[in-house]
Design a protein around this ligand. Structure first.
Ligand code: HEM
Length: 422
């Protein structure tokens, strides 16, 4: 596949995904949406329709004529790594995220039980403690230097926490968490790339294999002595005939870990970056901590950790005057929908007390994020503790360093410092 293809007339007349887009995609979304509600672009997986409006994104995500089965885009037209990619694609195509009814409905039911409100609430003390430990460690390291040396919030908190929490939910040993962080990063780098390269594909495949080997060793132990974790729930569902063992079960394990790790990390990083770059909002939250739940939702809207998802057209249809053929790939741009002026007053403004809140950041319809409640609770715990312990926190770096992943938007580093006044 070519690295960058020239978009045809109708898009922007220039590549969409470039350095400026990765640093700040919102002006490009605005330009796209002002140019029209739907665009064809060759830049994504060899060709896809881009949708920018909130109403369209929601409609497509709720419309069964748009299938979630889209992993074929990873292998389409690729001759460079067929063996590696096809086994990767084969396994991931069994994951909940990429299934349609009835398989989706069956597996979602099994997994929903593991995300019941009481299960999620039960994780709160563990998360409070884990956050406290990470903040203690960051504080100690910073103080050991010259009083308040800058430290990287991503390394100190945002990167290690989500994997710990998902590992706890799934019943994965603490000793495996560092491996999981690396494996999950490799999967996200591949899945998030608009045109993944050969090296990205090779690493993702190797990491997926390593992850599968880990679960293949864990599953027999859970079958023998199930606990109250999510992996145990899956093996009990397997015994009850609700889910197939082998690839179907492995695919859910790999997906859960990967789906909740990169995304939550980026909510914590993007959210803190947004708050600290808007000191009046930070102050307001200090003064009115009861605004925190709304603030977390606004941070999700303002800079979504997932910028777009994909759907495959199952039947020929016309959308905004464009003929969409069976098999066409459609990318609902979540990041653009969250800044749609038809849905939000002053959409580019961060307002933690926004009255027209809510967002597309967790998706919509049958595939709406299963981990949403867990994420919201986790983010409220993190921001709550940070606000209480580090009221004088401020940005310590020059320009923010954004990663190169157009789907999973996140910071490579977030240097911060806790001082009396920034
Ligand atoms: C689905 C975003 C955290 C597990 C989704 C979807 C989005 C999303 C947009 C829908 C994708 C689509 O329709 O194509 C996020 C964001 C998160 C987050 C922004 C954090 C900031 C989590 C966590 C977990 C998780 C913590 C698990 C521990 C899943 C799963 C699905 C999903 C399993 C697939 C659901 C289905 O297909 O029925 N997420 N997610 N997510 N998410 Fe999340």
């Amino acid at each position: 596949m070519n690295a960058v293809l020239t978009p045809p007339a109708g898009a922007l007349g220039r590549p969409i995904v470039d350095a400026a887009f990765l640093a700040d995609p919102y002006p490009t979304y605005r330009a796209l949406s002002e140019a029209g509600p739907i665009h064809w672009s060759d830049e994504f997986f060899g060709g896809a329709w881009l949708l920018t409006r909130h109403a369209d994104v929601e409609k497509v995500l709720k419309d069964p004529r748009f299938s979630a089965q889209r992993t074929g885009a990873w292998v389409k037209d690729r001759e460079d790594a067929p063996g590696e990619l096809s086994s990767f694609q084969k396994l991931f195509s069994r994951a909940l995220l990429f299934l349609d009814a009835p398989d989706h409905t069956r597996i979602r039911k099994v997994l929903n039980a593991g995300f019941r409100p009481e299960v999620i609430r039960g994780l709160a003390p563990y998360i409070e403690q884990a956050v406290g430990e990470l903040l203690d460690r960051a504080e100690a390291a910073s103080a050991r230097n010259t009083g308040n040396t800058p430290f990287d919030f991503m390394q100190a908190v945002a990167r290690p926490l989500p994997v710990r929490v998902i590992a706890r939910l799934m019943g994965i040993e603490a000793s495996a968490q560092d491996d999981f962080m690396v494996w999950s990063d490799d999967l996200a780098t591949f899945i998030g790339a608009a045109q993944p390269g050969r090296e990205q594909a090779r690493r993702a495949q190797a990491s997926l294999l390593a992850m599968c080997r880990y679960f293949e060793a864990l599953l027999p132990r859970r079958r023998q002595a199930p606990g109250d974790d999510l992996v145990s729930r899956l093996v009990l569902a397997e015994a009850a005939g609700e889910i197939e063992g082998g690839p179907e079960l492995l695919a859910q394990c790999a997906m859960l870990l990967f789906a909740g790790h990169e995304t939550t990390r980026n909510l914590l990083g993007n959210g803190l970056q947004a708050l600290l770059s808007h000191p009046a909002q930070w102050q307001k939250l200090q003064q009115s901590p009861e605004l925190l739940p709304g603030a977390v939702r606004e941070l999700l809207r303002y800079d979504s950790p997932v910028q777009y998802t994909g759907r495959r057209v199952t039947t020929e249809l016309v959308l905004h005057g464009q003929l969409l053929r069976r098999g066409d790939l459609v990318l609902p741009l979540i990041g653009a929908a969250n800044r749609d002026p038809a849905r939000y007053a002053q959409p580019d403004r961060l307002d933690i007390a926004r009255r027209d809140g809510g967002s597309m950041s967790f998706g919509s319809g049958a595939h709406v994020c299963i981990g949403a409640a867990l994420t919201l609770m986790e983010a409220e715990i993190v921001f709550g503790q940070v606000l209480r312990r580090w009221p004088g926190l401020c940005l310590a770096g020059a320009a923010p360093q954004w990663g190169s992943n157009p789907v999973y938007r996140g910071l490579l580093a977030l240097p911060v410092r806790n001082v009396a006044a920034c």
